[in-house]
Design a protein around this ligand. Structure first.
Ligand code: SAH
Length: 226
């Protein structure tokens, strides 16, 4: 990697850490209004970033044969960034959508951990099993292989299952109709549009092998009888 790239990676890392520290400070300040869910949400976002960043770094160095990243895909990715990161972060730090808050018992947000813990595990395992075939958008890498082992052996989209679990946890952590549900809404829309395009791309690339793989797997939920 060139010196310029390394410098810009360091710059992004420092900016990222400063933003995270400022947010954490604001969340602690506003803890009496937002409750413990805000800190649990922060911890989950930090966990997702720690899992994903090394894969993003590796992916930068890999060659791509084909990409389906068009304007719709870019808009959907922007929507998910807004719904799952910016809207909740801004709301928890400033109370912007406070008019849409609803009351919950103090310990209610801890129930979100029952979704977030398996969600983070599955997020980690799906990145590990997909390896160099992972990309944030829809891409076929040079030497792309069809992964059918590990968490891919019974579910075709385990990473999306993980994200659904984690954004449902967001809805439990943040007791606000807008900032709680925005992750689930934007990712749900992205999933509905993206999954069929992704499966068509995989079918074009792997043909009958992909059809056979589909017949033994579920989309988001394991197919128990093969
Ligand atoms: N939909 C998958 C992967 C998300 S990452 C999941 O939810 O786990 C998106 C990239 O993964 C796509 O560009 C596609 O090329 C690649 N991909 C998806 N399923 C794959 C598989 N079984 N084997 C190899 N690559 C796969």
């Amino acid at each position: 990697m060139s010196d310029e790239n390394t410098k810009s990676d360091y710059r992004s890392a420092i900016i990222g850490l400063l933003v995270a520290a400022a947010l954490l400070g604001a969340f602690i300040w506003r803890l009496p209004v937002n409750g413990w869910g805000s800190l649990l949400w922060f911890a989950v976002m930090a966990g997702m970033s720690i899992i994903r960043i090394p894969h993003e770094q590796k992916a930068k160095k890999l060659a791509t044969n084909e990409t389906r990243q068009g304007r719709v895909e870019n808009l959907l990715l922007l929507g998910v960034t807004l719904g799952a990161a910016l809207i909740p972060a801004i709301h928890l730090a400033t109370g912007l959508f406070g008019f849409a808050d609803y009351p919950v018992p103090a310990h209610w947000p801890f129930l979100g951990l029952l979704l977030a813990a398996p969600g983070l595990w599955l997020f980690y395992r799906s990145h590990a099993d997909l390896g160099k075939n992972w990309s944030v958008s829809l891409e076929i890498r040079k030497d792309h292989g069809l992964i059918t082992h590990g968490v891919y052996s019974r579910i075709r989209h385990p990473m999306y299952t993980a994200i659904f679990l984690l954004y449902t946890a967001q809805a439990v952590f943040i007791h606000n109709w807008i900032a709680g549900l925005s992750g689930l809404m934007t990712f749900g829309l992205m999933y509905l549009i993206r999954a069929p395009i992704e499966e068509a791309m995989m079918r074009e690339q792997f043909g009958q092998a992909y059809d056979e793989y589909c017949s033994g797997t579920g989309r988001l939920w394991p197919k128990l009888s093969k």
